[in-house]
Every structure is written in C-alpha cells, then in structure tokens.
Design a protein around this ligand. Structure first.
Ligand code: C5P
Length: 276
C-alpha cells in the first residue's frame, strides 16, 4: 500500500449527500441580520466522499471533479468541523458536488464529518445549513437553520439535479430579497402518499428564487429546461441556487430526463438521483 493511501485500518469513510431544499420559505429576519427559514430538506444519493485517518495534526487534501477552488486549510468547513469535535488527522475529501450551488457544499461535508465523529452537540456555529446536514436525513428545518426535526413520513422521490456551473454566493441572494416576512409552509400531509406530497409541494415555494435569478439569470433557463422534460411533476430551485431539481414518477423517467438535459446542455451538471 503506498504511503499516501488514506485507507489505513483506522480510516473512517463517510458520505456527504447533496442537501436539497424541497421548500424554502423566508419568514422573518433577526436583529443580527440572519433570516428565519421554514424548509423541508431531503438528501440525495449523490455526494462527496470523505476519508478520515487519525494522526498528530489536521491536514486536508481535496480531489475529485469539483476540487478546483476548494480551500485546503482552516477556511474549509470540514477543517472547522474536525476542530469543533476535537479530532486530529488527515481528511481526504473527494468533491463530486458543485459548490456554491445551494445543495450543501461545505456544509454537507462538515455534517458528514460530525456524523462520522459521533458529534452530538449543536454545529450551527459553523453555518446555518450545518445542523440539518449533520442530521443527514429528511427533516423540517426552521429558525435560522438551527432547529431540525425529523420528517419521517415523507416518501422518497425520483429526481434530477441540474447545476449550470455558475456559483452563487448566498449572502448576495439574501441581500436582494424583497420580502422577508412571507407565510410559513402550510400543514404537510399526514400520510406518505406521494401524490398528496407532490400536491402539497406545488403549493409551497422557494422564496429565494427571484433574488437568485437576479444574481444568476441562468437559473431561469435551468428551470425552463427542467419544465420541458417528460413526466416532470415539480421543478424548483434548492437553497440559494443555482442548482434546481425536478421530481419524476419513476426512476426511468428521471434517468431519461437527466440524459436529455446532459445532451441538450453538456456544459451543465445533470444527475438522476433519489431524494430521501
Ligand atoms: O450560515 P452560512 O454561513 O451558511 O450563511 C451564509 C450567509 O447567508 C450569511 O452570512 C447570511 O448572509 C445568509 N443567511 C441568512 N440567514 C440564514 C442563513 C444564511 O441571512 N438563515
């Protein structure tokens, strides 16, 4: 085994799934500027891979298709997560998700590290998306992201994620927000019937949509392209963008839509996945 291979016997492997906001309502703003959110969050089966190998000091190596531009020092949230949990060693992070894309990015990675290290206290100090990514399963998210409640009866959804490879800064989107006192989500279905959930989802929103499109007009093109795919049940942006998703009735429909989007927009990142 080469000396650089991180997969030593005590190496912990962990998976950082993409975080998708199926809804994202902005219901207020705190005195410190942070916004109050009301969101249903689910997780995809695509994500980043991490290997943690205990050692005398923290070190971070980033590889993979989206490694470019990812910091390898204390600016990286995985570094901060390891420090928060009092862990030292080498972190090998394989980036498969576009960052600055509204699907977790560094928060997903930090959440995975905290899960792997069995951290059980709050991690909101690392960022508003970190607590839900730390939980890592379908959840209701509120407060500024610090309140996370399991969403046990949401069915799994076949989905396609599309990112136009245009990073969007979250603060820029919040700054352009016209209204900060929107209605919270309506009461969700009690059961697990997919048709009930789709109908309910259609009546909810992502309140960051218009502001994100002002920052990155390509988001409107992504939504239009998703809307034109066959059998699509719902399209929406995740987080502060630019990643958008479509929901589909079957795996075959999601796979077909992802193929069409990859063919028509080869410069975009398009993947079929399951949200749970
Ligand atoms: O907490 P995090 O670093 O992920 O947030 C990035 C930025 O997004 C914050 O600096 C803030 O401008 C904005 N934000 C917000 N309200 C939230 C979450 C994020 O205003 N609940």
């Amino acid at each position: 085994m080469p000396a650089t291979d991180p997969r030593l016997p005590d190496t912990i492997r962990c998976f950082a799934p993409a975080k998708i906001n199926l809804t994202l309502h902005v219901t207020g703003q705190r005195a410190d500027g942070y916004h109050l959110l009301d969101s249903l969050v689910m997780f995809a089966d695509v994500g980043d891979q991490l290997h943690l190998t205990p050692g005398p000091r923290l070190a971070l190596q980033v590889t993979g298709p989206f490694a470019a531009g990812v910091p390898t020092d204390e600016r990286n949230l995985v570094w901060q997560a390891a420090e928060l949990a009092g862990w030292r060693g080498r972190i090998d992070l394989e980036k498969h998700l576009p960052h600055g894309g509204g699907i977790g990015g560094g928060s997903a990675d930090a959440g995975a590290v905290l899960r792997a290290l069995n951290w059980s206290q709050s991690a909101v100090s690392l960022g508003a998306d970190v607590p839900v990514c730390h939980y890592g399963q379908a959840a209701w998210m509120s407060g500024i992201g610090d309140q996370v409640t399991p969403a046990a009866n949401v069915p799994a959804f076949h989905a396609v994620l599309v990112n136009p490879r245009r990073p969007v800064g979250t603060p820029a989107v919040f700054e352009r927000l016209a209204r900060k006192d929107n209605a919270p989500m309506q009461p969700a279905p009690q059961g697990s019937e997919a048709t009930d959930w789709i109908a309910w989802l259609r009546a909810q929103r992502n309140d960051l949509g218009a502001a994100a499109q002002a920052v990155a007009p390509v988001i409107a093109e992504v939504l239009k392209a998703l809307d034109q795919t066959e059998a699509v049940l719902l399209t929406r942006m995740s987080g502060s963008g630019a990643t958008c998703f479509g929901l589909y009735p079957t795996e075959a429909a999601a796979q077909a839509a992802a193929r069409v989007l990859s063919d028509t927009h080869p410069d975009w990142w398009s993947v079929a996945t399951v949200l749970r």
